[in-house]
Each structure stands twice: as structure tokens, then as C-alpha cells.
Design a protein around this ligand. Structure first.
Ligand code: NAI
Length: 700
């Protein structure tokens, strides 16, 4: 069973019965075993619901049967509902009908869970009289993370087993609960480490025909203050989004109205949220993530086996990348040319892990294991057996080329060489090696141990094996790898630059930084662009603008405000002032009249008559600028598919996930209208802005 099998059947095939293509029933003495077979995850589809309903009916009617076991074929129980059905009216029988049939059947049902019982799958299990599980199983109700609430009794049965406060926590975070924790909480009645099916059959026999429906139990009592505290926490963590607020309201009904009334309300709310914009947006991400991690071009390509990693450069990014790789179990060598920088890097890495222990994220043993996998070096000679190199030295082509020449000398023939560059051409870095097919970009985001996004960059000569290895490595690090072509700014920084430029145009035309930031934060961005600039430091972009000044189109619109701020030494938070004033509170800047004056005088110098911007106009222009740039880069082939742009913006740049992303938003409009809006934006943005053909946004 541990290998993922559900154990062998001891009955003859003639006793087996099928209920449609996805459900089968066999007998073990007086116990019926109903198996769900809808690979790969046994998703709760229409066929599964139909088959289950008929099978439950058959159990109810068969006088020789005293109880039943529900189990999944293959590697899992029902790991979720079939989300492809969620965008349109759901066909009957719907899940509550199936669960009701289980509950009203006079025979006890036992859910036998291995792999995952999630969403509708776990609701079905909660509708059974008992739940038994393999020791490595997980259960959970992740509906809220998909913009909906559990709609088949999860909000009413879960609190009857764990109490209101725990139910609020579990449903509002949607987190997965491991079998040991689930047992402790009373969600699981028994665990089996060997033959789950045999255990479940024995458990069903032991119930001796006794029904124990969860819905008839009473909700454990708790002090109101405990429930309130759980509510507060969930609201805050869930940013007061409708699914979280609705989930809390509906869970509360478990102690306020009859089960029937509560279940009816739950279903109504579920049906309403299921077709909300937020739910569509979150399902869009669900599918986009699955597609992005396995691009069509790499389907048949075998990645290299990576057993060791070296990170070159022990600065901010190098340390973060090293931590991410250590956490994923890789032995890591951290190398820096500067032994003091290396020592500082090691110190920061240690501090990071001490913090992890203090915050209860990792245990002392886990941290020791990570630190034992770390070695440090100043010399490339020790790296002859390393499988994957990730370079994170200064952003300077010559420096990076020097590093790659050295790597080319020591690395074994199968090694993969990656650069974390943000803006340099990966092809230019690869060309100094004798193996450009083994060189790619792995563009991490800061802080690299936390941010999920990873742009995997295909340079001119990058081989498919190297790319597949980069993608697989990203998945091992539990990141979201997105394939991009080697082009200035890749996907993320390029779109972000177009967005920031548009916000700067609005400064010149009449808005102030705090108005723009507020409008975009109201839209759902974690932070507005000017607050972000101040946080990361305005000087880095300033240096880059100066370096690239010669390449700039002299007629293109150029906003000088950030340069003026930098010339005044206003580099952002770290210098106490940037777009905002941080002298009173280094974390929270306040609008600065001096900056307002600079902005006003720049408007005047350039001949703009300032006008007021309302929130909606700011949001519209900022979003259109992103969509326009997305259309351009898609037409150039920088991104594999339109949805990848949304993944990048949401997972790397604070775009609100529940809004889907700039492409998802643009696709709500008709292409012709969008084309008109792009033209209009080009007019407002003046020379240097290219209106895109929106067609590329609508492909695939
Ligand atoms: P950093 O300045 O903090 O660290 C660079 C480190 O590289 C220093 O410790 C330095 O001693 C070392 N180094 C320089 N030349 C070296 C050489 N020849 N051999 C070995 N070590 C050498 O820089 P940071 O911020 O970590 O950036 C590193 C790279 O990551 C850059 O290419 C940057 O563009 C990129 N990046 C940075 C992001 C950020 O938010 N800071 C985000 C994504 C990418």
C-alpha cells in the first residue's frame, strides 16, 4: 500500500459491479467496497457523482450488505472537484445529493483516505459515518483559496467535529491537514500504516450497522472570545475578501439555525460565489499554474538529475537562493570571491535560520540538517562534481562573463550553468563558455527563499534539457517556474517598467504619488509603485538609467522626477526620504510637500495643465499599460502563453490574485474595444509608447 496501491481485493471478479465508467463496487463479506476510479486525482466529476449515487442506492437496497467503504483507486482518494465544471451550471446529481444519500442510508459508510481528500472529496468523507486514513494522507477544504466556500456541507460538518474556531481557521486558510493532526482533531477515526482497505473493511464491520452521521452531532462548546479571535485572525489573513467573510458567516450558522437551513444557505452562497469574478480569476490561476509548470515544448524532455548545487555570489540574492536550495534538501556550496563578503553571507544565512526556529517555522533538527548541507568556498576548484551552478554576482556583464569562464573550466560535462541576472542578456553570458546549450537564466525574486516566482530563461542556444532541468529544479524548490525567452526585463520587469512609467506620466499630468499608490492599493496591490520604489531604493534604477542613457530615444517621453529625487539624495527609505518622507517613521512614509513642489514644477516645465485623477482612472491607465506591454511581448514570443504573464505579475509583483492578472482583466473586454483603449493610452503617453495589437492576448 505504501507504494500508492490500495491493497488487493479478496473477492472474485463476478462479484464486482460497475456504476458508470468511474465507480466500481465489490464485496468483502457483508461490506461493500465502493471504489472511485477517475485518474489522475479521482476528481469528483459528474460521472463520479452519478456512479456514487447509484452505488449508495445499491448498498441501501441490498439486504446482505451491512456497511460500505468508499475508497479511491490509484494514488489518492478524491483530491478535489473537477474545476472545469465550475464555470457553468452544475449538472445533477450534485454533491449534496450524493452526501445526503450516504447519510440517510441505514448502513454505515466509512471513507478510506489515502493520498488527499480535498474540497468536495473531503466533504464526501465528512458525510460518512467514519473516516479512516493512511498515515501519510492529507485532508482539507481549500475552497476559499478558489474564491468559493465549501458547498456540500463542509461548513456545517467540520465544526461539529472540531468546533467553530478550528473550523474557521481550517476553512479560511484552506490549509492541508496531515493525518496525524487530523486524528488529533477528531477528523479521522483511525489510521493504518499497512493495508488501508482491509483496515477500513474491518472498521466498517465493527460499526455493526450503527449509523453515526456527523450532521446529527452537536457543535463542541467554546468561549465566544475564542471564536471571535479565530474570526479576527481569518479576516485579517484573508484581507476581508468575500469568500472569507462568507465562510465565517456560514460556519457560524452551525450553532444558530437548523442543519437543514444552514446547508441550504451554504449551497446558495457556494452557487453565487462559484460564478463570481473572483472565483473565475482564481480558477484561471489554478489552471495556468498547472500548464506553466509543464510547457508543451518540454513534454518529452528528460531533466538532468541534480544532486548538488553551487551558488556563486553570497550577497542578498545568493544567500536567499542558497537557503531555498538547502530547504529543499540539496547540498549547497556558497562561493564568493571576497572572503569577508562570504563570511557576511554565511552570517546572514545563520541569522535567517535562527529566525526560522524563533518563529516556529523549522525545528532545531531541521535547521541543523540544512546547515550541515552547506559548505563555503572562495575557490572554484572544489566544484568539479557540482551538478547545478547558480550565479548571483554583481549585475555587470564583464564580471558575470568572468565567472562563467571559470565555471566552464571546472564544471563537469553534464552540469547546468544558470545566471540570476535581471537585465543582462543571458546569451551574452553563455557565449563565453564552450557549452552555451547548458546555460540558462534562473531569475529568482527577492527574498529568494520566500518569493514563489522563478523565471526560467531560454537563451539563444539553451538546450531543452537544460531548460527542463531548470523547470524541474524550480518545482523541487516549491517555486512556480515560468518559461521566458531571453529578452530585456524578461516578462516581469518589463511589464512592471511599463506600469511604473505610466504611473510617472500620471504624476506629470496631475496626480501625486500618494494618490496613485492609494488607488492601486485599493485595487488590491500589496503596495503602490512609489512606495515600492522607496522600499527597494531609487538609486539602483537611477544608475541603470544613466548607463542606458545613450540608447534612449531622445524624442521619447522621459519623466525626470525620479532623477531629480536621486540628485537630491532621496534614495527612498534607506536615506530617510524618497517619494515620501520617512524621518518620523522609517516604515511608513508620509506625503512630502517638497516632492509635491518638484512634481508641480516639472508639470509646468513640460507644459502639462494638471488635472485631478480619480481612483478609477488611475487604475484603468495602470492596468492598460500592463496589458499593452503584455500584448507586445506575447507577439514577440517572450512568454509561452498569455496566462504566464498573469502568473508572473501575481506571484512576483504583488498583483492581486483575485483579480486574475492584467491579461485576465484585458480578456474581459472585446478585442476591438481594447484596441481602441490601447490607442487612447498611446495618445496620452505620447511619443515612445507603442500601442499593441491586442490579438496576442486572446490566443490560447
Ligand atoms: P549583491 O551585491 O548583494 O551580491 C553580489 C555578491 O557577489 C557579493 O557578495 C560579491 O562579493 C559577489 N561577487 C561579485 N563578483 C564576484 C565574482 N567574480 N566571483 C564571486 N563572487 C562575486 O547583489 P544581489 O542583489 O544579490 O544581486 C546579485 C544578482 O542577482 C544580480 O545579477 C542582480 O541583478 C540579480 N537580482 C537581484 C535582485 C534583487 O532584488 N536584489 C532580484 C533578482 C535578481
Amino acid at each position: 500500500f505504501r507504494s500508492g496501491k490500495t491493497g488487493s481485493m479478496t473477492m472474485t471478479a463476478s462479484e464486482a459491479r460497475s456504476f458508470g465508467p468511474q465507480v466500481r463496487m465489490e464485496r468483502a463479506g457483508s461490506i461493500a467496497v465502493i471504489a472511485i476510479d477517475n485518474p489522475p486525482i479521482n476528481a469528483g466529476s459528474l460521472e463520479v457523482r452519478r456512479g456514487l449515487l447509484d452505488a449508495v442506492q445499491a448498498v441501501t437496497e441490498n439486504t446482505e450488505v451491512t456497511g460500505a467503504v468508499l475508497i479511491g483507486e490509484g494514488t489518492t482518494f478524491i483530491a478535489g472537484s473537477d474545476l472545469r465544471e465550475f464555470g457553468q451550471p452544475l449538472e445533477d446529481p450534485q454533491l449534496p445529493t450524493v452526501i445526503q444519500a450516504v447519510e440517510v442510508s441505514p448502513k454505515p459508510f466509512v471513507a478510506a483516505i489515502h493520498g488527499a481528500a480535498l474540497g468536495g472529496g473531503f466533504e464526501l468523507a465528512l458525510g460518512c459515518d467514519a473516516r479512516v486514513a493512511a498515515e501519510d494522507a492529507v485532508v482539507g477544504l481549500p475552497e476559499v483559496t478558489l474564491g468559493i466556500i465549501p458547498g456540500a456541507g463542509g461548513t456545517q460538518r467540520l465544526p461539529r467535529l472540531v468546533g467553530l474556531s478550528k473550523a474557521i481557521e481550517l476553512i479560511c486558510t484552506g490549509r492541508r491537514v496531515s493525518a496525524p493532526e487530523a486524528s488529533m482533531l477528531g477528523l479521522i477515526d483511525a489510521t493504518f500504516d499497512m493495508d488501508l482497505k482491509a483496515g477500513a473493511i474491518a472498521y466498517a464491520s465493527s460499526l455493526a450497522g450503527q449509523k453515526k452521521p456527523v450532521i446529527q452531532r452537536s457543535v463542541p462548546r467554546e468561549p465566544e472570545a475564542t471564536i471571535k479571535a479565530a474570526e479576527e485572525k481569518a479576516r485579517k489573513a484573508g484581507r476581508e475578501r468575500p469568500p472569507v467573510l462568507e465562510a465565517i458567516r456560514v460556519i457560524r450558522l452551525a450553532t444558530e439555525v437548523t442543519p437543514l437551513e444552514a446547508l441550504t444557505t451554504e449551497r446558495e452562497v457556494f452557487q453565487r460565489l462559484r460564478v463570481s469574478e473572483e472565483a473565475f480569476a482564481l480558477r484561471h490561476h489554478f489552471f495556468a499554474e498547472r500548464q506553466a509548470t509543464k510547457p508543451a515544448s518540454l513534454k518529452e524532455v528528460e531533466p538532468h538529475n541534480i544532486e548538488s548545487v553551487a551558488v556563486i555570489g553570497s550577497g542578498t540574492m545568493g544567500v536567499g537562493i542558497a537557503v531555498a536550495a538547502l530547504n529543499a534538501g540539496f547540498p549547497v556550496t556558497l562561493l564568493d570571491m571576497d572572503s569577508q563578503a562570504l563570511e557576511r553571507g554565511r552570517e546572514r544565512l545563520r541569522e535567517h535560520y535562527e529566525g526560522s526556529i524563533a518563529r516556529g517555522k523549522l525545528s532545531q533538527e531541521e535547521v541543523s540538517a540544512c546547515l550541515n548541507r552547506l559548505s563555503i568556498a572562495t575557490d572554484y576548484e572544489v566544484l568539479g562534481t557540482t551538478d547545478l551552478f547558480i550565479e548571483a554576482v554583481f549585475e555587470d556583464l564583464e564580471v558575470k562573463q568572468k565567472v562563467f569562464r571559470a565555471l566552464d573550466q571546472v564544471a563537469h560535462p553534464n552540469a547546468i550553468l544558470a545566471t540570476n541576472t535581471s537585465y543582462l542578456e543571458v546569451s551574452r553570458i553563455a557565449e563565453v563558455t564552450r557549452r552555451p546549450e547548458s546555460v540558462l537564466g534562473l531569475h529568482f525574486f527577492s527574498p529568494a527563499q520566500i518569493m514563489r516566482l522563478l523565471e526560467v530563461v531560454q537563451a539563444q542556444h539553451t538546450g531543452l534539457e537544460a531548460l527542463a532541468t531548470g523547470m524541474a529544479f524550480g518545482r523541487k524548490l516549491k517555486k512556480l517556474p515560468v518559461l521566458v525567452q531571453d529578452s530585456f526585463g524578461f516578462i516581469g520587469n518589463r511589464i512592471y517598467a511599463a506600469y511604473r512609467a505610466q504611473c510617472e506620466y500620471m504624476l506629470e499630468e496631475g496626480a501625486f504619488p500618494e494618490e496613485i499608490d492609494q488607488a492601486l492599493e485599493a485595487y488590491g496591490f500589496a503596495m503602490g509603485p512609489f512606495a515600492v520604489g522607496d522600499m527597494s531604493g531609487l538609486d539602483i534604477a537611477w544608475q541603470m538609467r544613466k548607463q542606458r542613457a545613450a540608447q534612449r530615444d531622445p524624442d521619447a517621453r522621459y519623466v525626470s522626477i525620479p532623477d531629480i529625487l536621486c540628485e537630491m539624495g532621496r534614495f527612498g527609505r534607506k536615506s530617510g526620504a524618497g517619494y515620501y518622507d520617512y524621518r518620523e517613521d522609517p516604515k511608513k512614509g508620509k506625503p512630502d510637500p517638497e516632492v509635491a513642489e518638484i512634481i508641480r514644477s516639472e508639470s509646468e516645465r513640460k507644459g502639462y495643465t494638471r488635472h485631478n485623477f480619480n481612483e478609477e482612472e488611475i487604475q484603468r491607465r495602470a492596468l492598460l499599460a500592463m496589458a499593452n506591454e503584455a500584448a507586445l511581448l506575447l507577439a514577440e514570443g517572450v512568454a509561452d502563453r498569455p496566462a504566464d504573464v498573469d502568473l508572473v505579475l501575481v506571484n512576483g509583483y504583488g498583483f492581486p490574485k483575485w483579480k486574475g492578472g492584467p491579461v485576465f482583466q484585458a480578456r474581459q473586454k472585446e478585442p476591438e474595444d481594447l484596441a481602441r483603449e490601447f490607442e487612447e493610452l498611446a495618445r496620452l503617453s505620447e511619443h515612445g509608447f507603442r500601442a499593441a495589437d491586442p490579438a496576442s492576448l486572446f490566443e490560447r
